[in-house]
Each structure stands twice: as structure tokens, then as C-alpha cells.
Design a protein around this ligand. Structure first.
Ligand SMILES: [Zn+2]
Ligand SMILES: [Zn+2]
Length: 586
């Protein structure tokens, strides 16, 4: 980030944090018994926590609070801060136990305590405010109400958090609100339910989605596509068990680094078993099961691999963050000299997969080169020379392939640098969808070997990579990207045949029989044609084939696209051609 951009961000953060003060002032005026806790700026806005006592407030109260905020703002001057003694601060905030707790803490840490009073509203704060609140805070909006524990700890009292945002102009505010509105419509959790793709069950457990038949169809289509493509490109697909001995992860070195995200082990006979958080060690044991010659390298071992990682309950989100996911995983064993070519081919595969999914490079996703930190040997395996070589190799692949990319310090894996494929979600935020990692540590730990041209034993390196990411997360991203209207080849139901009257049911079946290899259904419910069309559109089914007496007589189907376009009556051969063209080539 350059300096000017940083100043702009700081400025906006100051304004948003100032707006949190204004929110506190308005709430305390409307509910004199309420106590404000903290009110920081966050990405895209701010929040303020309150203890409302016995009062319950909801989103219905937000317009009234906003009105009060606008009213108070007219009387607001500057945020000029004043340094005060601990005693003074304690006296001023004797009514507010949250501020008292903060004062005690600041005192213990030897921090100065400052107060501000921009409009007859005294608040305790360390500063970072708008210089001209009356102008700067005009364009705000309160967004939502949620519960939040004081200081984030479940042991403390649950407070009420009000979220809001503030921009420098009405236009920017409106654009942001429109984006939030669109994001709400496309939220994969909402659409997943409406389209019947997945459900959750309390009895099964949080973060463990159950894919319905429709959701499973989407997953199966993606899986078949990616497995076929990988086999075409020289990968060997294998299956290994989703659990293994704890010792396996001690050898790999994952155990100390990943302990907090692994599930507790279980004792089975004399062994300690654990659900696997990654596939690599299993693949290495497969590799080691027989000797290998340099002639076999690069050796590409792939698996559609279920993996288990502990995510805090507050961080679980639909299919985006789950406690078990299925990764299109692979480990490519190669020589150091082959590494660049191997990574290049992996990036080609990823670009191909993303293009097929309809993701545009530069617009929907971009590459990030994630680097280590030579000084941090707690987080990263110590071998400066190997790190230098690996980072150089990855950077060169990106440069030579004319891939646009950016670099991020301190984002590598503990065993080496990586290239992350960062995808923009519906809120314009980046999520890591896929990673490609250069590993010079595991081959050493697992004593992986190959025999070179001279008959000598050598140590290979390993490229860990995905191609389509974790299916759960990729499906979530695709649902949101397409607002549930999947491209034809991915749609769980591609065609609904709608007989106009019962008389046409027989003909509908005949049409169905001709749709070989197409996921089609007949809607023979006793509903009106209009109702059936509306339901199919709601389910985002790409095509509706309406068949009545006339179509039957002419041996045709009347085609409607889900967008509402009436394509007229055509014969089946023509329709099958439209369908064929909707599938990815190859
Ligand atoms: Zn402040
Ligand atoms: Zn791996």
C-alpha cells in the first residue's frame, strides 16, 4: 500500500471510529440506563458494544437511533482529547464498569488516559478521530444488531453490538449498501436452503453440512470434471484413509504446528489415531512403499481427500468454513530441477479449471506469492538457502508465465513458500481457494528418495497443490458468484418438462427419454402451467420444455430459458444441440 492510500484508509478508519462515538452518544440519550463499552472501526465500517441492562433492542430501533445521531451531529465540535489522571477518569466513568475496567488496565500498563468530549458527550478513548465531525460523519448507516461477549470471552456478560458504516459521500455509501443488499441475496447459506442443496442438523453437529441429492450432483459433476482432467494430465488418483496414527503427524512435523486445529486423538487398541488434517503423510507412505527411479519423476499422486480441521463455532459459515472438507489434493514428487516446470503446469491446470468454472483471471481471482520470514524459526523451518531457492523458483514461474501476482510476507507454510489463488467473494473480499506449495522439508523428514542417472540415492522435493480447492468452499463461492443460477453443465436439474394438461403426460415422457445424459425432470403436478414455470424459475433450472397438444402434434417442445426468454417451439434435435454447446469442451 502506498503512503497516499494508507492515509486515505487511516482517515476513513478515524471517521468510522468517530461515528461509533456518535452512535454511543445517541444510544445513551435514548436509553439513559445503557452503558457503552468499546467502539472500534472495522473493515468497511464500525461497531459499538452496549450493555442495555434489561432492555432488548432490535434492528427495528435503528432508524430512531440514526435520527438521534443526525440530530446530535449538528451540535458536535472537535474531538480535542484531554489527558486525565486515573482518579479523574475513574470519577468521570464511575457509572460504567466497562470503562472502569479499561482504565484499570491502562493504569497497570502505564498508558496515559485521554478523554474527549465532542458534543457534550464525554467518552474515554485513545484517539484517532475525524477532525471535522459535522462534515465527515454525515453519510452513515446503521446495519445490524448482534450479541457479543465483553472482551470476546464466553465467561463475560453478553453485550449488544450495533454495526454501522460511514463513508465520505452519499454516493459511496449508496454503492456500499447496494453491494451489501446484493450480497444478502446471493448468500450461499440462504440460496443453499432455497435451492435445496444442503442442510445442517443439530444432532449431526455444527460445521458438518449434509449435501442433498441436488447438492451432491453439483459436487459429483465438479469432482468428475477435475479427476478426469487430472488423469489426462498425468496424475495417478489414489484413495487413502481419512485417519492415521498421531505418530505420522509427529514425523511430518505437522503436529506441533497444527495441534490447535486438529481434533483430539482416539485410542484404538494400542494406537493413538487422529482424523487427518491433511493428506501429505499418507501419500508419502504410498511413495515409500516401493523404490523409485528418476525416470518416474515428476510423480503426481492425487486424491479427492476428506480432511478434518477444528474451526471455532463462531467462525463456522455455511459451506465456506466447515469442520470437515474435501480437497482435490495432490503431491508431486520431483527433482529440484523439475520444480519450476511442475509448478508451471499446476498453474496452467488451475487457470483451466477456473476458466471452466467461469472465473475470470484478474477480475474474479489473482495469484499471491506467500513468503516466509527468515527471522522467525518458530513458525518456519530453518534453512535460509532452501527458502531463498524456493521463493526464487516460484517468483520466476509467475514472472515467466506472465501471471499477474502480488507478494505477501509471512504467509508461507512452515515447510516452504506457496502460491495462493485468491478469489473475490460476493462481498469483494478475498478468500484463498487453492494453494500450491513448494516443500523442501517433508522429503527430508520422511526420507523420500529416488535413484538418479548414476544409480545414486537422491532426495526429491514435493509440490503440494490443489486444483479446484475444497469442494465445499468452491461450491459456496460458485453459488454466490452465480446467485444460484449455475451454468447449465453444473445445474443439478438442467431441464424441467412441463406438460400443459394431463393429456400431454405421455408425450412428456417421450421427450424425457430423448434427453439422454441430461438431468431432466417432468413436473406432472396438478398445478397450472404458470405456477410450474414460476417454480422452475425459482429453482433456477436453466430450461423449461413446455409441451401441449400443439407441440405434441408437431413433435416439438416450446423452450423457455430461466431468465424468462421464450425461445419458441423447436424440435428435439435442435434443443439437444443447445444443450451440447452448454457443456465445457473436452
Ligand atoms: Zn475515540
Ligand atoms: Zn500436502
Amino acid at each position: 500500500m502506498n503512503k497516499e492510500m494508507k492515509n486515505q484508509v487511516d482517515n476513513l478508519n478515524n471517521i468510522r471510529h468517530s461515528c461509533a462515538h456518535l452512535l454511543a452518544a445517541a444510544v445513551l440519550e435514548l436509553w439513559p440506563g445503557a452503558k457503552n463499552a468499546i467502539g472500534p472501526s472495522i473493515e468497511d465500517g464500525f461497531y459499538q458494544d452496549f450493555d442495555f441492562g434489561a432492555v432488548k433492542i432490535s434492528e427495528a430501533d435503528l432508524p430512531e437511533i440514526e435520527k438521534k445521531m443526525q440530530e446530535l451531529l449538528q451540535t458536535w465540535g472537535s474531538f480535542a482529547t484531554k489527558e486525565v489522571s486515573i482518579e479523574e477518569a475513574k470519577k468521570d466513568f464511575a457509572w460504567n464498569q466497562y470503562k472502569l475496567e479499561l482504565i484499570e488496565e491502562f493504569a497497570k500498563e502505564g498508558k496515559t488516559i485521554t478523554e474527549n468530549n465532542p458534543g457534550n458527550f464525554l467518552d474515554l478513548c485513545k484517539g484517532g478521530h475525524s477532525e471535522n465531525p459535522k462534515e465527515d460523519l454525515k453519510y452513515f448507516k446503521l446495519l445490524s444488531v448482534a450479541g457479543a461477549y465483553w472482551r470476546g470471552s464466553e465467561k463475560n456478560k453478553m453485550l449488544t453490538r450495533i454495526y454501522g458504516t460511514c463513508f465520505l459521500s452519499q454516493k459511496e455509501l449508496d454503492e456500499h449498501l447496494a453491494m451489501l443488499e446484493e450480497a444478502k441475496k446471493r448468500d450461499h447459506r440462504k440460496l443453499g436452503k432455497e435451492l435445496g442443496l444442503f442442510v445442517f442438523s443439530d444432532l449431526v453437529g455444527a460445521g458438518l453440512p449434509l449435501l442433498t441429492a441436488k447438492g451432491t450432483t453439483v459436487r459429483r459433476v465438479l469432482e468428475r470434471f477435475v479427476v478426469d482432467e487430472e488423469i489426462k494430465r498425468g496424475y495417478q488418483h489414489v484413495i487413502t484413509p481419512p485417519l492415521g496414527k498421531v505418530d505420522l503427524y509427529k514425523v511430518s512435523g505437522h503436529y506441533p504446528y497444527y495441534k490447535d486445529t486438529m481434533y483430539p486423538s482416539m485410542k484404538v487398541d494400542e494406537d493413538e489415531l487422529i482424523l487427518r488434517p491433511m493428506t501429505c503423510p499418507h501419500h508419502f507412505m504410498l511413495y515409500k512403499s516401493e523404490p523409485h527411479s528418476y525416470k518416474e519423476l515428476p510423480l503426481r499422486i492425487a486424491e479427492i481427500s476428506p480432511q478434518f480441521r477444528y474451526e471455532k463455532s463462531g467462525e463456522l459459515a455455511g459451506l465456506m468454513r466447515v469442520r470437515m472438507f474435501t480437497l482435490s489434493d495432490a503431491h508431486i514428487v520431483c527433482t529440484k530441477n523439475q520444480a519450476k516446470q511442475v509448478v508451471k503446469e499446476v498453474l496452467d491446470l488451475i487457470d483451466y479449471v477456473n476458466k471452466t468454472l467461469g472465473l475470470k483471471k484478474g477480475e474474479d481471482y489473482r495469484f499471491r506469492l506467500s513468503l516466509g520470514d527468515r527471522k522467525d524459526d518458530k513458525k518456519y523451518y530453518k534453512d535460509d538457502k532452501a527458502w531463498d531457492e524456493a521463493e526464487k523458483a516460484l517468483r520466476e514461474v509467475l514472472q515467466e508465465g506472465n501471471h499477474e501476482f502480488f507478494e505477501a510476507e509471512n504467509e508461507a507454510a512452515f515447510y516452504g513458500p506457496k502460491i495462493d489463488i485468491q478469489v473475490k467473494n460476493v462481498l469483494n473480499k478475498e478468500e484463498t481457494m487453492i494453494t500450491v506449495q513448494y516443500d523442501f522439508v517433508m522429503p527430508k523428514r520422511f526420507e523420500l528418495e529416488y535413484v538418479d542417472e548414476k544409480g545414486e540415492k537422491k532426495q526429491p522435493i514435493v509440490i503440494h497443490r490443489s486444483s479446484i480447492g475444497a469442494f465445499e468452499r468452491t461450491i459456496a463461492l460458485l453459488i454466490e458468484k452465480y446467485g444460484g443460477a449455475f451454468p447449465v453443465w453444473l445445474a443439478p436439474v438442467q431441464v424441467v418438462i412441463i406438460p400443459i394438461t394431463e393429456r400431454n403426460n405421455e408425450y412428456a415422457k417421450k421427450v424425457m427419454d430423448e434427453l439422454v445424459g441430461i438431468r431432466a425432470e417432468i413436473d406432472s403436478r396438478g398445478e397450472t402451467m404458470q405456477a410450474k414455470i414460476r417454480d422452475a424459475q425459482m429453482q433456477k433450472v436453466p430450461y423449461m420444455l413446455i409441451v401441449g397438444d400443439r407441440e405434441e402434434k408437431e413433435n416439438k417442445v416450446a423452450v423457455r430459458a430461466r431468465e424468462g426468454v421464450d425461445m419458441g417451439a423447436i424440435n428435439m434435435l435442435e434443443f439437444l444441440k443447445i444443450m451440447r454447446e452448454a457443456f465445457p469442451a473436452g
